[in-house]
Design a protein around this ligand. Structure first.
Ligand code: ZN
Length: 240
């Protein structure tokens, strides 16, 4: 069983197109999405349609829930809130129905999946060794997959904790238990502006992190044309 794991697309159509093309060049059995299909970016309906079509498992994220009106907007900063209001107006019936049907957690093929973390599947950020350890204690599956932080991460637990940030093209043998974050397709925050995705081979027990160049300027143009906050365009240049 080989799986492509994607997360935090954030309505970045150009980035999702590039990642989908990269996944198509590798032979996987399924694609799983860890949530935040929309929010921040200019192409919410296109991204919902692509995820619905391609993903055997899709989770809902906090930005999806805020855009649906199922979660309050008060925890968002000004730019995120402005984008959430814009997204809410843009979402068509089909996208709403799709996002509304999703859960922030799932389990399949020896993996437990969470948008954010096992402690709080919608809001908690796993960015430290301590929080990764707490997440692994809260679960039993050999592989725990999380998104939400937009930072690619691979932290393993055997005798002790090991690992940390996952660099582009990092290749990991999945001995013991692992917490993995594929990084973000549409708004990376680890200083590498390229779109991120993760390739899992659950039989060979390996994980390979990937980064893909995409047309950042196309997304930036679409953000500005949509009247979304310019800072949301600017940050894509730097991957922050
Ligand atoms: Zn996100």
């Amino acid at each position: 069983m080989r799986v492509a794991v994607i997360s935090d697309i954030h309505a970045n159509g150009a980035a999702l197109d590039a990642v989908a093309a990269a996944i198509d060049r590798v032979d996987v059995d399924a694609t799983w999405s860890l949530g935040d299909v929309v929010g921040y970016g200019p192409a919410p309906n296109e991204c919902c349609a692509l995820v619905e079509e391609r993903c055997a498992i899709a989770l809902v994220g906090n930005h999806d829930l805020v855009a649906l009106g199922d979660l309050g907007i008060e925890d968002f900063n000004d730019d995120a809130a402005a984008a959430a209001r814009w997204t809410s107006e843009q979402l068509d019936e089909r996208s709403r129905a799709f996002l509304s049907s999703l859960s922030p957690t799932a389990a399949a093929d020896g993996c437990e999946l969470f948008h954010a973390s096992p402690l709080d599947p919608v809001w908690d950020y796993v960015l430290s060794a301590e929080s990764a350890y707490a997440s692994l204690l809260e679960t039993t599956a050999p592989v725990v997959l999380v998104g939400h932080s937009h930072v690619a991460l691979a932290i393993g637990l055997a005798e002790d904790l090991h690992g940390g940030l996952a660099s582009a093209d990092a290749h990991i043998e999945l001995e013991g238990r692992w917490l993995l974050n594929p990084g973000s397709v549409g708004q990376p925050r680890d200083g590498d502006p390229r779109a991120a995705w993760l390739e899992l081979d659950l039989d060979a027990r390996t994980a390979r992190f990937h980064r893909v160049e995409y047309d950042v300027e196309r997304t930036q143009r679409e953000i500005l044309e949509a009247g979304l906050p310019p800072a949301l365009a600017e940050r894509l240049t730097h991957g922050v």
